[in-house]
Write a protein that binds this ligand. Structure first.
Ligand SMILES: Cc1ncc(C[n+]2csc(CCOP(=O)(O)OP(=O)(O)O)c2C)c(N)n1
Ligand SMILES: [Mg+2]
Length: 381
């Protein structure tokens, strides 16, 4: 446990408990119709993101798909901001406009929360390109499901990452199902990890129910990437206990299969390990569990009393406003070209001397007939 950024193991267990208790509470609030839209729970998979985040530095980039509550919580987004986002409230981590599938926390370098399967994988390649271009030693962690690996965007993104040797880890959370479709029925390869070979990047299979293994193997990969940038691919074998989303009874799998994984629960397993090693008493565990339950309960109270987003702000995040100048946010910091003393971005006319974009047209006034967040329960997803 010497690698930089590694967290205390008891803290890792506390993070897994917080994710579990937060989502149990979210599930209850969904059933009470306090939460609208789609909602996908991460219960069972907590060790993946907890171990991965324990292996990173806080300034490394993280991006994921729509099963994203655990990723935000593990990265340090407050349970209050997460629950408020589920409730569609203005205090949510995406101002209540994103909902369950679009958590975002720029401060903690958590760049979504993306609903379209596979669509964020090219964004991860772009983020890794940016850090290499700026000569930062940041690593991008890109999480996605087994359903994303057959998307065209996935292949394009991995090809470029392999070609440019970008500092990104593609983390496939293989929970063996994409909605109700078994990976055996969707994927030509027996082992997903073999995809890595096609893009000339190292690949590894990790037991995603074992938080220590996740942290240790990712720590090794990250150390190698910081030394000399390159991409990597990992297949985390994991399992979700709940259906694909709140409306899915998961009748495509047997009770026996679910039970097999529940018996291998990542939280129970890690608790037992720590107890055996004398690092955790029953009293300490109970205290931690109570703290997680209290935080989840408190987040519901916070969400309930938070205001709805203002209708006046609705267009702010739909259209680019007139004073928005993207070049002011993305200043290149690459070293100047030795021969000419010009930064690569300036050579391409993309530097700070770029003229301001023309103001966008005035948004149409809202007559109040639309709502920012629809509060209807999901029918399918
Ligand atoms: C491009 C696209 N096609 C279809 C969907 C509908 N859809 C939502 S989730 C999902 C399954 C994805 O499964 P997986 O990637 O394994 O992630 P998991 O739900 O298991 O975490 C599908 C097909 C979508 N959101 N985007
Ligand atoms: Mg899946």
């Amino acid at each position: 446990m010497s690698a930089s950024g590694q967290r205390d193991e008891v803290e890792m267990l506390a993070t897994m408990l917080l994710i579990r208790r937060f989502e149990e509470r979210a599930s209850q609030q969904y059933q009470a119709q306090k939460i609208g839209g789609f909602c996908h729970l991460y219960i069972g998979q907590e060790a993946v993101v907890t171990g991965a985040v324990a292996a990173t530095r806080p300034d490394d980039y993280l991006i994921t798909a729509y099963r994203d509550h655990g990723h935000a919580l593990a990265r340090g987004t407050s349970p209050d901001a997460c629950m408020a986002e589920l409730f569609g409230k203005a205090t949510g981590c995406s101002k209540g406009l994103g909902g369950s599938m679009h958590f975002f926390d720029k401060k903690n370098h958590m760049y979504g929360g993306h609903a379209i399967v596979g669509a964020h994988v090219p964004l991860a390649t772009g983020m890794a390109f940016a850090s290499k271009y700026r000569r930062e030693d940041r690593v991008t962690l890109c999480f996605f499901g087994d359903g994303a690996i057959n998307q065209g965007s996935f292949h394009e993104a991995l090809n470029l990452a392999g070609l440019f040797k970008l500092p990104v880890i593609f983390i496939c959370e293989n929970n063996f199902f994409a909605m109700g479709t078994s990976v055996k029925r969707s994927t030509s390869l027996e082992h997903i990890v073999d995809r890595a070979e096609g893009y000339d990047m190292p690949g590894e299979v990790i037991d995603g129910m074992n938080v220590r293994e996740v942290r240790d193997k990712l720590s090794e990969i990250i150390a190698s990437i910081r030394k000399e940038p390159h991409p990597a691919f990992v297949e985390m074998r994991t399992y979700r206990y709940r259906g694909h989303s709140m409306s899915d009874p998961a009748s495509y799998r047997t009770k026996e299969e679910l039970e097999k994984y529940r018996l291998d629960d990542p939280i129970t397993r890690f608790r037992a390990q720590l107890s055996r090693e004398g690092k955790l008493t029953n009293e300490q565990f109970d205290k931690m569990d109570k703290a997680a339950k209290d935080a989840a309960m408190q987040s519901v109270k916070f969400a309930e009393k938070s205001p709805e987003p203002s209708l006046d702000e609705l267009y702010d995040y739909t259209y680019v406003t007139g004073d928005h100048n993207p070049s002011s946010e993305f200043q290149p910091v690459a070293k100047p070209d030795a021969a000419k003393g010009v930064s690569p971005a300036k050579k391409r006319g993309n530097g700070s001397d770029k003229p301001k974009p023309a103001p966008a047209p005035e948004p149409k006034p809202n007559d109040g007939s639309t709502r920012a967040v629809a509060a209807t329960p999901e029918k399918q997803s």
